[in-house]
Design a protein around this ligand. Sequence first.
Ligand code: NAP
Ligand code: GFB
Length: 326
Amino acid sequence: MTLHTAAAIMEEKMKILVTGGSGMVGYALQKVVKEKKRPNEEWIFISSKDADLREMHETRAIFEKYMPTHVIHLAAIVGGVFKNMKHTCDILLTNQRINLNVYQVCKEIKVKKLVSCLSTCVFPDKITYPITESMLHDGPPHPSNFGYSFAKRSIDAMNKCYRRQYGCPFVSVIPTSIYGPNDIFSVEDAHVIPGLINKVRMCKSVNTPLVVWGTGKPLRQFIFSYDLAKLVMWAIREYDEEENIFLSVDEEDEISIRELVQIIVEEYGFKGEVVFDDTKTDGQYKKTVSTAKLRKYLPDFKFTPIREGIRETIQWFEENYDIARI
Ligand code: NAP
Ligand code: GFB
């Protein structure tokens, strides 16, 4: 990059609106912005308290209030496999309403870039591995994620259709399973890591066995929320391809739920019995994605080792138990 282009990039004023700014990813992004914000950037984080994005008039009002040049769209109803199964229709409809409103308003106010989120769990269940970004529509998603998946897949359709008909610069990043501070820790609705952290805390306090759902055999690539936030910041600044990109730890960092449980109980100092309840679903067995495309851009990006990330998440949970979403 020449000095001129570097200076030009640093000069361009960026007013970045982040929807879903109060969630786990939004919380991590606020932390990263505090450390890495550039002088030409203004960052605005909104939550449902600022506007219910299911309502078009509230969506339009908040976007017209700020008139952002760039948008990072995180807002969604999110949860673990059990929440997704229980509320599959509500999640489909709510997330589609939010997405339709945000996309329409981003087109109306002519944002210079919109970056939204898919998820590795919305890819076909019967697929070859590692999964690449181009496989999104090669088959139905796992039944446990049906509603959530089709709301996400329609984001991909909107990216392409808004771009082809109206030239809108809309693109998505595709995070793998994320964990970290300020996640949802409710036993029923959480993803596996926060759900187990909350369970271990309870088992330690009343000295009962830890019940892990499923067989423990499924495999996952887990990304620490602060690493994800750094990659989302990189995407809004530098990533301009039409096609989506996976934001995940590398294939070799994939672990089983059983290995994950071992890390959580060791880091929490839980000495009690661990039992696996295989009457509960395993969900998707694996969803291993390739990070070849990400590594082409960021060959030296260092991910937080999972043991360190879990230790930090446990510490946050212990220090913020009274305000955590449980
Ligand atoms: P989260 O912690 O549940 O946060 C969701 C955010 O969306 C909150 O800020 C929430 O605001 C906002 N929101 C929900 N309904 C809204 C509405 N009607 N109007 C306005 N805002 C609303 O979710 P997250 O884990 O940070 O996920 C962020 C994004 O990453 C989502 O798009 C998700 O699909 C994607 N993703 C997550 C994972 C994962 O493992 N967590 C993996 C892949 C992709 P309030 O706080 O006011 O409710
Ligand atoms: O994180 P999780 O709920 O969702 O479940 P997915 C991961 C695995 O952990 C499953 C097992 O095999 C569960 O059986 N598991 C064991 C547990 N104990 C527990 C527990 O106490 N709680 C939970 N929740 N699981 C998610 C999607 O799929 O993938 C999200 O549901 C998101 O929407 C994410 O997109 C990326 O990893 O199966």
